[in-house]
Ligand binder design. Sequence first.
Ligand code: PHE
Length: 359
Amino acid sequence: MQQWLQAYLCIVQYRKVNRMQEKLKIILKNTRDLLEKAAGIDETEMIRVKVLGKKGELTDILKSMGKLPPEERKELGRAANDVRKEIENLLEEKFAKVKEAAKEGRFRLEKIDVTEPGREFVLGVKHPLTIVTEEISGIFMSMGYSYAEGPQADTVFNAFDALNSPKDHPSRDMTDTFYISDDVVLRPHTSTVQIRTLIKQEPPIKIISPGRCFRCDTFDATHSPMFQQIEGLLVDEGINMADLKGTLDSMAKKLFGSATKTKFRPHYFPFTEPSAEMDVSCFKCGGKGCNICKGSGWIEILGCGMVHPNVLAVGGLDTEKYTGFAFGMGVERIAMLKYGVDDIRLFYENDMRFINQFK
Ligand code: PHE
């Protein structure tokens, strides 16, 4: 080879090596800058791939070194390896730092302050009407009665006709009862369960049926268009008025105290004959007369009577063989008397200040 050509090639080679060395420096500097700014593990990993990955900048240089003559390869190889080591160290440091930061971030997020005061756990209380319903139901359950339920919307037949209610009875009027259609009403009393049970069940029958009732009353201190009743029904052979009185008298003594006296006044209900209203001696004044009993010493609490044979007949019972009694009481009225509540609306306002008083 001519000398000048050899010299030329030598210069070209020298330049190439020089450029590669320059490139190595730039890669190192850029990597250092990028790592300084990198915020998290993902970003650091991206830089690692960019420089040291399969197609990384440094990897490219290391690959291209194969084409160099041995002495230059050796020199450049050392430089490239140094840069690689340095970059690896930088990456290692950075990874340690960002991993630590991520861990701390997680700790901060998941930190539990065990000295923080606990959140208050508010335990609900039973509504006073639930308390009274359960108390009265409990008394009858202890006498062997079982629990029966019926729908709140029922047929006119179950609400009136089957209960011997004359066609012109005022309670049938639209101004008294909510009609959903000509044949369906919101039940005005839980006596609908009386007839449902008589149709379904053979004597002996011994049930109570608490539940919601509806009447077209304007909401005021003593009336509510929706209220709760507890109805009771007992049918068997040889049941008479003495059984009715004994049962209700013992219920009154359990509910209002053992000194309570009861009094039965004749009354009229279409579905019972004879019918009565039961008064209890005033549990506040004991009968002397006070504001609760309005000076009379007695408080009316329920309606009752011997089940009318016409009603038993709708249930398909032999009226010569079977007799029975029924009673119905308003839960709100009893709760108002028991707790001295003077406005029925308080039961439906859901004011926790009121309800919490029955804890
Ligand atoms: N159903 C009557 C009322 O709502 C109460 C009652 C029930 C009377 C059973 C007698 C027998 O007032």
